[in-house]
Design a protein around this ligand. Sequence first.
Ligand code: SAH
Length: 346
Amino acid sequence: MNPFIYDLSLEELQQWAVENGEAAFRGGQIYEWLYVKRVNSFDEMSNLSKELRRKLTEQFSFVTLNEITRFESKDGTIKFLFGLHDDHAIETVIMKHNYGNSICVTTQVGCRIGCTFCASTLGGLKRNLTAGEIVAQVVQAQKMLDPKGERVSSIVIMGSGEPFENYDATMKFLRTMIHEKGLNIGQRHITVSTSGIVPNIYQFAEENTQINLAISIHAPNDKLRSKLMPVNRRFPFEDVIESLRYYQAKTGRRITFEYALIGGMNDQVEHAEELADVIKDMNCHVNLIPVNHVPERKYVRTSRNDIFKFQRALADKGVNVTIRREQGHDIAAACGQLRAKHMELG
Ligand code: SAH
């Protein structure tokens, strides 16, 4: 199959134009058609010569995401099931907030991280997405919003997959999202979430961006974290914390800790206190997520009351903490629930 046009950066498009006997600015025109005018075919790129459009058509493919179905929640959340060219399927979620639309994108088909509470990892990893396949999720969502005059205003990389195990594609995707000649999404409105792939946390610290980093911590110590997240045996708790301290010293950015509260596992006040002691001197914020039900998993949710107790215990030690607002429950689009059910049926 030809490469996917959304896989190319602006510079690569310019280079391609030059290699094909055209001026570099033609690359910029293609970029504008893709990300500003958001056309669906090379034929619509009317300021390019017929010859150039023919070359584009011959050398690149345009669409790889085909909308299999969409689920709309009562709260305005929309979950898309997109088919890829090789018959895999991925999920992308758009959430409506009073401040705009945020999109939750997927970076891998499946996942190999193995978190014991997560649905995305149940079938293992099938393959990485290319940068263009991640980009296309946002472009497609934006096209759906265009008739309403709305924008994708923020992005979370919290769909299926571990972005830092598909690092280069994820970074390329991010650079396309923030490019001022393209979608121009504010860096501070983008968050990448990792399960704690330590070498890539160091790498991300050097990227010189304003993009937010979130870390799925889910436990206050090494032992419990290994029980919930097998990846912790590869990259132990202390090493994760150390890498985050490095990231923070280097970037000065605030870190988000994600903590899924699982009844009777990691949700006691002692856990909150232990976590607070580890992170209270960091510039950070804890986001508590009541664990979402995954049929194959036996975990239960923490009661409302205990969630508030946990929150208070963190706050009492001076830690910023919020409880995640939940959306898309009725369509299984909440954190950890993303999973292409149709693959089982098909
Ligand atoms: N692989 C990345 C991003 C994916 S998931 C990561 O691990 O951070 C986004 C968040 O949802 C992560 O914090 C993940 O741990 C959490 N999550 C997964 N399953 C969940 C569930 N059943 N309930 C609540 N949160 C869950």
